[in-house]
Design a protein around this ligand. Sequence first.
Ligand SMILES: Nc1ncnc2c1ncn2[C@@H]1O[C@H](COP(=O)(O)OP(=O)(O)OP(=O)(O)O)[C@@H](O)[C@H]1O
Ligand SMILES: [Mg+2]
Length: 342
Amino acid sequence: MITMTQNLFYQKEKIVIKNEMPLLEAFVPEEIQHRDGQKQFVAQALQPAIQNMKTRNVFIHGPTGTGKTLLTQWIMNELKQHCDVKTAYVNCWKKNTPHAVLQDVFSQINIFTNYRHSISELMDKLDKFQQDNRLILCLDEVDAMTDDSLLYDLARSKTGLIMISNDQYALMNLDSRIKSSLASETIEFPAYRASEIADILKQRIDYALMRGAIKQKEIDTIARISSGDVRIAIETLRKAALFAEQQDVVQITQEHIEKSFGTTRYYRKTEALKRLNPHEKSLYLILEKHGELKTQELYERYLEDVDKPTTDRSYRNYMNNMTKLNLVEAEGELTGRRYRII
Ligand SMILES: Nc1ncnc2c1ncn2[C@@H]1O[C@H](COP(=O)(O)OP(=O)(O)OP(=O)(O)O)[C@@H](O)[C@H]1O
Ligand SMILES: [Mg+2]
């Protein structure tokens, strides 16, 4: 006899999703499609490691969900198959002080440190480590770092750096000495085209969904509405598949996609808001209050609101960044420009 609780946890027949894993953020795909140029570029910069030489520093930028983190982690793993190199990956949004970044690096290369070590002691340790080892360090979301001094120190060490940001101007406001010692090569990861997103989705669909669970037309819809962001596309697909299953139907329809996209968009906005720096946050809040403002007016209100405002140039960079994150819409050029909340 089936008891009440057994009934509650009874597993339904799999009618749409055969394996949810390929639709989750943690899944690492076997193949990275439509990024051959970027793969080549980063591989060339890291190539000197094969001869045990210092690699060239790389700066990667592009909107969210364009494969920046995926490709960098993939390429660092590939390189380790070909030569004796150590790698470390730090998300500066999570570890945003020089101390926290360095502690994280040391724990990844299995070197004991304690929190009482000063930055200069830690840098000495890193230099010593690099007398016999080669280290490649990826600083993801590099603009979230609270202090540029670490970039200055790292740029003068033997460490090979891969820096990632959504903001193409992330390194522009650095002290010119840091910029020149970094001497980084820049590569853009543009938003994917709808056809590219559809290809990437198909690869996941083969692993994740029952045969025939989604038709080409529905795949194209998801690809089109995701604005070049694979993360949104995959999440929209996953939730649409769950909605279909909840309704006990075997195929994903346009309605499932619409419903799913609505919730995904909300998720995207909250994620984007979390990424803003304090200046961007103030600007966003002012704009949210007014809905729409002329650029000059927004800047003036911002100057009134914050204690240590940034320069006019940084202001424009921040607004560009928020536009790219799809939080803000811009219309018009130069002084006639208006910003609107999305
Ligand atoms: N070319 C691709 N092929 C297969 N999957 C991809 C590809 N590009 C991105 N993805 C998938 O899309 C999701 C987002 O990719 P990733 O985290 O690399 O984006 P990102 O550019 O680092 O975004 P963000 O700026 O928000 O950090 C991940 O699940 C990743 O596996
Ligand atoms: Mg990323």
